[in-house]
Design a protein around this ligand. Structure first.
Ligand SMILES: C[S@@+](CC[C@H](N)C(=O)[O-])C[C@H]1O[C@@H](n2cnc3c(N)ncnc32)[C@H](O)[C@@H]1O
Length: 311
């Protein structure tokens, strides 16, 4: 999120519009530069697996000029915005609304739910209770779901002792990892202080404070991450460009045989992200997700074990 969130916002301005086809995620980065926050919902038709359009909400601290914003957004998404609507949203209500819209989500064994839906937990499901609020990570987004699916699948075949959730948002992935690997040491880190606060609250509400440490960290810079590395699993649901920038640092902090789960990238960006990590010695392991979003799982080879076996 490029723009600064106002310290004590009483109201926010929301611009809502629809874009046909599926090119909107391509311009998500540019939209995020212009707005405080952007939400994107795929509009799907039953017979089509691909979204047919995107419903976009962009939030601003100041009332935007509708005509000027329409032109600016049109330039960003590369087409005329025909249905732009701007309304005033009490900041308090917006936070509450995003929590209330949160419907339970089931991914593999995980059941992600808001506190109000605690009673709906299916038998044998692994609960993650989340109040995302201003942090990303309610479980509804395909990028988060790809990561949860990866965690669920990896847990079936592998024991992780150290896990890093980089760009933790609500800490949804860190909490999922802590649940399926009950003896693992888990770090949830984010460079956004608001996300760190919300992550801490969620971790405490899930009774995981003793096992999930939450840190403010830009990339791998925090002392806690340095001290705990290497990790058996690093989860990073961040956009494609930061993931490419982080490739050398991430590969260094991965233990031999360790996995990286990378999400927040689009289908057409998967190749460049894969190349960046393969260039650091990692090997593609899996590709998950719902188009146009892709989640990649890559593995660092067990060099030491292989040398020992060879010797
Ligand atoms: C798309 S959200 C993912 C939230 C959650 N992990 C999930 O999967 O739903 C990305 C998060 O990464 C954080 N982030 C972006 N760049 C980062 C960086 N360089 N270091 C740490 N956190 C970062 C953002 O603040 C945001 O909370």
């Amino acid at each position: 999120m490029a723009a600064d969130w106002p310290a004590a916002a009483q109201v926010l301005w929301r611009a809502r519009f629809t874009v046909d086809g599926s090119p909107v995620p391509e311009s998500l980065g540019a939209l995020e530069e212009a707005a405080l926050s952007v939400s994107l919902f795929a509009i799907e038709e039953e017979e089509s697996a691909e979204p047919v359009a995107w419903q976009v909400s962009a939030f601003f601290a100041e009332e935007p000029d509708k005509a000027a914003l329409g032109r600016e957004l049109g330039a960003i998404v590369g087409r005329e915005i025909a249905d732009l609507e701007i309304d005033e949203v009490p900041a308090q209500d917006w936070v509450a609304a995003s929590a209330m819209h949160q419907e339970p989500v089931q991914v593999g064994r995980f059941f992600v739910h808001a506190p109000k839906d605690r009673g709906l937990l299916p038998p044998d499901a692994v609960p993650i209770e989340v109040e995302a609020g201003l942090a990303f990570g309610s479980g509804e987004h395909a990028t988060t779901q790809a990561c949860l699916e990866a965690i669920d699948r990896l847990a079936a075949v592998r024991r992780c002792r150290t896990v890093l959730d980089l760009g933790c948002g609500s800490a949804i992935l860190a909490m999922g990892a802590a649940r399926v690997w009950p003896t693992a040491r888990v770090i949830a880190a984010d460079n956004d202080p608001v996300a760190v606060r919300i992550a801490r609250e969620n971790v405490a509400k899930n009774g995981l404070a003793a096992r999930v440490a939450v840190a403010l960290s830009d990339g791998f810079r925090s002392d806690l991450i340095r001290r705990t590395a290497p990790f058996d699993l690093i989860l990073a649901n961040i956009l494609a460009d930061p993931l490419i920038d982080l490739a050398p640092a991430l590969a260094r902090r991965l233990a031999p045989g360790g996995f990286a789960v990378l999400s927040g990238l689009l289908d057409r960006q998967a190749e460049a992200v894969t190349r960046a990590y393969v260039g650091q010695g990692l090997r593609p392991h899996a590709r998950l997700g719902t188009a146009p979003w892709v989640g990649l799982v890559l593995r660092k080879p067990q060099r030491l074990a292989r040398r020992r076996a060879a010797g």
